[in-house]
Design a protein around this ligand. Structure first.
Ligand SMILES: *Cc1c(COP(=O)(O)O)cnc(C)c1O
Length: 391
């Protein structure tokens, strides 16, 4: 008999009733150090007092009106994002995959309005992840996500990640945009080197096409800058954001330059819940904290500490781990043992990690994790690795 919850996930036998900072707690009181943060969502930890305050204040005042009216919390959050990024304008969604939908629509509308309606194609890369909507799975293109769900939304050209020589020839008079994650998340924490991101920007400029960055996972301070592309000193035309921006409340956004967004006039796009007062009140508090003086410096310092300890862990368990990669507090342990076995062993030792493609274990702790918690987390990973080699 089919479970009452549609069984599209194979879930771990863990069930949490409470969160405190970097910790998740089960009903029997068992505590787990959370290096998954709900897959880079709980960027400021669980039960963050500032976020609880923002949410409960708003909940007591007004939950929902409609985008038919002015929404001051939405306006305030958009202003903050425009102030701190390349963007001139923002549309709010409830998730990353909805941000992907709008990014695709925006790029196509841009060229339609410029009198080039044949420019509809978007170039994407293997190992990418852009969500589970019809556009999202067509964009990523992997058989794992698309098999059985055809016909797929047309207009995506899939290239091999890392195959630089393939990119320029793939740009034709049908190309509208290149869409890429500066650091692939689901694909196994694969960072795009700064030089590659710069090279992509140059190609886009040369051919007059748009650069769409998916910073749903790597954005919002995760890599030690507010957005990962800042490390390369380039900026996109359109950017997808979600996950960390809501700190656990469902919130996403598409950020764009005035030019890239020029086709999106009244009536061309919409959302019932997107940009609602609750989500935007929380998002405003998240942006305030991450952009506060010194916050990202601390993320970078702690990232260095975690990385150094992980190098020690790898050296101590050469049969289990191979290397560490990533940026900031978005790190991947490339494994020799099975990543799934390591994640499961972590559960038994009170530490939560997340598997990714390419036999990688992902570490995406709250950006607020403390030095002591980093030391404790790595010691728990060490115990988990020892239990694997002992058996
Ligand atoms: C999670 C993720 C998405 C999809 O976000 P949802 O909120 O699950 O729809 C899109 N792109 C990237 C890079 C992601 O990590």
């Amino acid at each position: 008999m089919i479970p009452s919850v549609l069984p599209t996930y194979s879930r771990a036998p863990l069930s949490f009733v409470k969160g405190e900072g970097s910790w998740l707690i089960e009903a029997d009181g068992r505590r787990f150090l959370d290096l998954g943060a709900g897959i880079a969502v709980n960027a400021l930890g669980h039960a963050n007092p500032a976020l609880i305050d923002a949410l409960t204040k708003q909940a007591g005042a007004l939950w929902h009106t409609s985008n038919l009216y002015q929404i001051p919390q939405q306006q305030a959050l958009a202003d903050k994002l425009v102030e701190h990024t390349f963007a001139d304008t923002v549309f709010f969604t409830n998730s990353g995959t909805e941000a992907c939908e709008l990014a695709v629509k925006m790029a196509r509308k841009y060229f339609y309005d410029k009198g080039q309606p044949e420019r509809v194609e978007i170039i994407t890369f293997s190992g990418s992840f852009h969500g589970r909507s019809s556009a999202g799975i067509a964009a990523a293109g992997s058989e794992k996500m698309t098999k059985g769900f055809g016909p797929l939304l047309p207009g995506f050209v899939h290239l091999e990640f890392g195959d630089h020589d393939a990119i320029a020839p793939a740009i034709t008079d049908k190309t509208a945009a290149i869409m890429v994650e500066p650091v692939q998340g689901e694909g196994g924490i694969r960072p795009l080197p700064d030089a590659c991101l710069k090279g992509l920007r140059d190609l886009c400029d040369e051919h007059g096409i748009l650069m769409i960055l998916d910073e749903v996972q790597c954005g919002m301070g995760r890599t030690g800058r507010l957005f990962a592309h800042e490390w390369a000193g380039v900026s996109p035309d359109i950017m997808m954001v979600a996950k960390g921006i809501g700190g656990g409340f469902p919130l996403g956004a598409v950020l764009a330059t005035e030019d890239a967004a020029s086709g999106m006039t009244a009536g061309t796009h919409g959302s019932t819940y997107g940009g609602n007062p609750l989500g935007c009140a929380v998002g405003g508090a998240v942006v305030d904290i991450i952009t506060a003086k010194g916050f990202l410096e601390e993320v970078n310092r702690k990232a260095g500490l975690l990385r150094q300890k992980l190098e020690g862990l790898i050296a101590a368990h050469p049969d289990v781990f191979e290397s560490v990669r990533g940026a900031g507090l978005m790190l991947g342990l490339k494994c020799k043992a099975s990543n799934a076995d390591i994640v499961t062993a972590g559960y038994a030792h009170g530490v939560i990690t997340v598997p990714a493609a390419d036999n990688v274990v992902r570490l995406l702790p709250p950006l607020t994790i403390t030095d002591e918690e980093i030391a404790e987390a790595v010691s728990r990973l060490d115990a988990a690795a020892r239990s694997l080699t002992a058996s």
